[in-house]
Design a binder for this molecule. Structure first.
Ligand code: HEM
Length: 249
């Protein structure tokens, strides 16, 4: 008897009327927590690559105004004459804006999900253990966004820069961080340290999302995340501080 029942259930047709239909998650992969974490990791990686390139580009100011201006010009003319002026930079800007928006969307949506799930034990524990990180990520994210608005008005568009709109990039940078505008340098120091803290935790979280952070690699990956952040903080802050303290004139 028992054998008949077992064989019957094992060989039942896949679309048996008794079988409950598989529940579809709202929004598919992007609607799931894992999907959102992957979005955060991928868009975060795009932004880290941009930051590394941006930091290296900024260091050209140590080789003189012409070197920096040539680099800024090359960014706009790199694909000419195959593609029009500024094509590469426009593509980069679109990729960056999409990355920032998707990164924020995933972050807000994950944090809402975590707060709704708070009664569930392990989520509550995780949220307490990560209290510092949660605060630094939220507060840091908003600070970075505000800084970015100022930064673009200052060095990209020249609207709040002493050299004005129609000036060379190197002149905007050197006048922008003049000792008389020490408070601008201070804003950059605070913002870049925030970027560093945000990155340290973000890169580490991405390692976990990718499943790399097992017991053997735990320490090495934590150190990697911290080292990458430190290099970016030092590299980004070197030009503003060198200008404010008169090393670059
Ligand atoms: C603290 C040192 C920094 C300096 C000296 C600096 C300098 C500059 C300069 C000179 C430009 C204009 C480039 C051009 O018009 O050719 C620029 C653009 C930009 N920077 Fe920064 N930057 C710094 C940090 C950052 C940070 C930390 C971020 C991001 C969190 C950032 C994001 C951007 C973005 C998105 C653009 C616009 C790129 C574009 O579309 O043209 N920068 N930066």
């Amino acid at each position: 008897m028992t054998a008949t029942i077992e064989r019957g259930s094992a060989t039942a047709p896949v679309n048996s009327p008794k079988k409950a239909p598989a529940r579809k998650r709202p929004g598919g992969f992007l609607g799931s927590s894992n999907g959102k974490k992957v979005v955060m990791a991928v868009t975060g990686a795009v932004m880290v690559l941009f930051l590394v390139a941006h930091m290296l580009g900024n260091l050209k100011i140590f080789f003189g105004r012409d070197s920096f201006n040539e680099y800024a010009h090359a960014l706009r003319t790199l694909l000419e004459p195959i593609a029009p002026y500024r094509t590469l930079l426009t593509i980069l800007e679109i990729v960056l804006v999409v990355s920032v928006v998707m990164h924020m969307w995933a972050a807000i949506s994950l944090s809402r999900r975590a707060s709704h799930a708070r009664p569930v034990k392990y989520v509550a524990k995780k949220s307490q253990a990560n209290g510092y990180a949660t605060h630094i990520m939220r507060f840091g994210g908003v600070t970075i966004l505000l800084f970015l608005i100022w930064h673009l008005l200052d060095l990209t568009f020249g609207v709040v820069n002493p050299e004005g709109v129609n000036s060379a990039p190197a002149d905007r940078m050197i006048s922008g961080f003049d000792a008389s505008r020490w408070w601008v340098t201070l804003i950059y120091v605070v913002a870049v340290v925030m970027v560093g803290l945000h990155l340290r935790h973000g890169v580490w979280s991405a390692f976990q999302t990718l499943g790399w952070a097992n017991r053997n690699r735990y320490r090495a990956l934590r150190v990697t995340a911290a080292a990458l952040s430190l290099v970016l903080v030092v590299g980004f802050l070197a030009p503003p501080l060198a200008i404010t303290f008169g090393v670059i004139k």
